[in-house]
Write a protein that binds this ligand. Structure first.
Ligand code: NDP
Length: 518
């Protein structure tokens, strides 16, 4: 499918000259065009859906064990192909070796183990008891039946973790999946498709629809459920489109995650977390630390520790393990957004302590320097809009109450973190932050617990990934009632007779209406 033009670390999935309508794929760290992929139209995507629907019943019939074996084979495949996979991720995102290793490859390894292992329990038939007296003796079952065909629409920041993190549970549940990766980063998914086929996923069960936004829109029309990760603006479009066919959606959207540093925090830990989790993956993580609120008494000391962490950060092309700390930006327009936020903050009185401009001038690629901003407030875009880049704006607040107020002053509510040596107080503060996930004395790490739901409050999304809900959403909840012991003729049925109706009313009253009013 992908046509690699120049020699890079990644292998070509398929050869052939690119056509004029193909989408060029760039290495954003260098600006080099490394491949082309087809821009698929609605007809091609409809044909894919037909293939998927033909293949899905046999996949479902393999059961949890059969599917699990195939999916777990991918863990071994990913181990055997670790360096290759990591370098393909790097080549299309510009991230460092370590960022690709930990968050893409590492997360993928966990997902390919977790879902096959836990799907049987999460999706086991549930035997249900009822208070409805008329149903005494009947067997009631709640069953999770795969929906059929799931469309996963993925973003460019984590081409393995995001897209496959959602595709694997959908597959483990017995669905076929069509993945539409971002046009910016379609290569990782091609390599994983190769792995999945090698590991025994039947043809048609997992397919990739490459293309621009239009391909994503066309996919929405032909699937039974859409899992979307990306911007809030596009998420709304996906939901509106899905409404036309009453297709359910799960949306993981943007964030503006706050960190609260309380006066009694371990400042070394808080500072290293603020720096690492704002710069990790070039700050292009939906749950990055996007803004920090520090209580006044420890503000200066915290800032000094942050600067100590920042001063030696290497922001360069990663050639392999340990070569660079912060990689390039992945999506060219994102550099403009970061620049706009920093310039807006400066114009309104903020100070840049380090960084503050585009990086790698004249060297190619898309770069913005790791940046720390102070004297910031909520009139500035860097504190209210998703920056999605290597910036760390830090605001001094009077006390914890002001920190909580500021943290909640946002249309988003994806993640948050709170730092305090008093974990009871820290947890109490965490519970007051309007976010889908809050870490105390940590940041982002909740994402690694695949047992914990991960989803956004407010404009950060709808539904969640991970945990039981992260796989049940790919299923129809089917209620089954089995009547084994029953009367030949049910008394409530035709013909209606005054005596039976009155008797039934009495019985209902006796069974249900005996509680005294309060
Ligand atoms: P988008 O939301 O625009 O795109 C996400 C995915 O949706 C891509 O595969 C995209 O395809 C596809 N898409 C675009 N338009 C449509 C449509 N009408 N119907 C269906 N699918 C569509 O995000 P971007 O990747 O462009 O990033 C923009 C912003 O999103 C960033 O600035 C950042 O703030 C946020 N973001 C959030 C992420 C998160 O993890 N929550 C991840 C990435 C970005 P294509 O790329 O081919 O256009």
């Amino acid at each position: 499918m992908a046509t690699v033009e120049k020699q890079s670390d990644q292998d070509s999935v398929n050869g052939g000259a690119p056509s004029s309508t193909d989408i060029p794929v760039e290495n954003p760290a260098t600006g080099e065009i490394i491949a082309h992929v087809p821009d698929m139209g609605a007809d091609e995507i409809a044909a894919m859906a037909a293939r998927a629907r033909a293949a899905q019943p046999a996949w479902e019939a393999m059961g949890f064990e059969g599917r699990g074996r195939v999916l777990m084979n991918m863990q071994k495949w990913l181990t055997d192909n670790a360096d290759r996979v990591i370098r393909v991720v790097m080549s299309e995102t510009g991230k460092t070796y370590e960022d690709a290793q930990m968050a893409d490859w590492g997360y993928g390894m966990s997902a390919f183990g977790f879902w096959p292992k836990n799907a049987p329990e999460y999706l086991a038939d549930e035997s249900v008891k009822t208070a409805a007296k008329l149903l005494a003796g009947k067997k009631l079952i709640l069953r999770y039946k795969p929906l059929g065909l799931i469309g996963v629409i993925g973003p460019w920041n984590y081409p393995l973790a995001n897209s496959f993190g959602d595709a694997v549970p959908a597959l483990a549940a017995g669905n076929a999946v069509i993945l539409k990766p971002s046009e910016i980063t379609p290569l990782t998914s091609q390599v994983l498709l190769e792995g999945l086929l090698e590991c025994g996923v039947p043809e048609g069960v997992f397919q990739i629809a490459t293309g621009r936004g239009g391909a994503g829109a066309a996919l929405v029309d032909v699937v039974d459920m859409v899992m979307f990760t990306g911007s809030t603006a596009t998420g709304k479009k996906v939901m509106a489109r899905a409404a036309e066919t009453l297709t359910p959606v799960s949306l993981e959207l943007g964030g503006k995650d706050p960190m609260i540093v309380m006066a009694d925090a371990d400042l070394d830990r808080a500072a290293s977390h603020a720096v690492y989790y704002s710069m990790f993956n070039g700050g292009q993580t939906c749950i990055s630390v996007e803004r920090v609120y520090v209580e006044a008494p420890v503000y200066d000391e915290f800032l000094a520790k942050v600067m100590d962490n920042m001063k030696d950060l290497r922001n360069d092309v990663s050639t392999g393990p340990g070569a660079s700390d912060v990689g390039s930006m992945t999506f060219p327009p994102q550099v403009d957004i970061v620049e706009r936020h920093v310039e807006d903050a400066k114009a309104k009185g903020a100070k840049v302590l380090i960084g503050g401009k585009r990086g790698h001038e004249g060297k190619g690629g898309y770069w913005y320097e790791p940046t720390v901003l102070v004297d910031v407030d909520h009139t500035m875009e860097c504190m209210t809009e998703e920056t999605f880049g290597p910036t760390l704006p830090i605001m001094k607040v009077a006390d914890t109450e002001e920190a909580i107020r500021m943290a909640n002053d946002s249309p988003y509510g994806l993640g948050a973190s709170v730092f305090s040596k008093d974990v009871v107080r820290g947890e109490a503060v965490a519970r007051r932050v309007d976010a889908g996930a809050v870490c105390v004395n940590d940041a982002l790490m909740n994402y690694m617990a695949l047992e914990l739901p991960m989803g956004g409050a407010k404009a950060s999304g709808l539904g969640s990934r991970h945990g039981a809900g992260g796989i049940r959403k790919y299923c129809q909840q089917q209620a089954i009632l089995v009547s084994k012991y029953h009367m030949k003729h049910e008394v409530h049925m035709y013909p209606y007779k005054p005596r039976t109706t009155k008797a039934l009313q009495k019985v209902f009253g006796l069974l249900n209406g005996r509680r005294k009013s309060v």
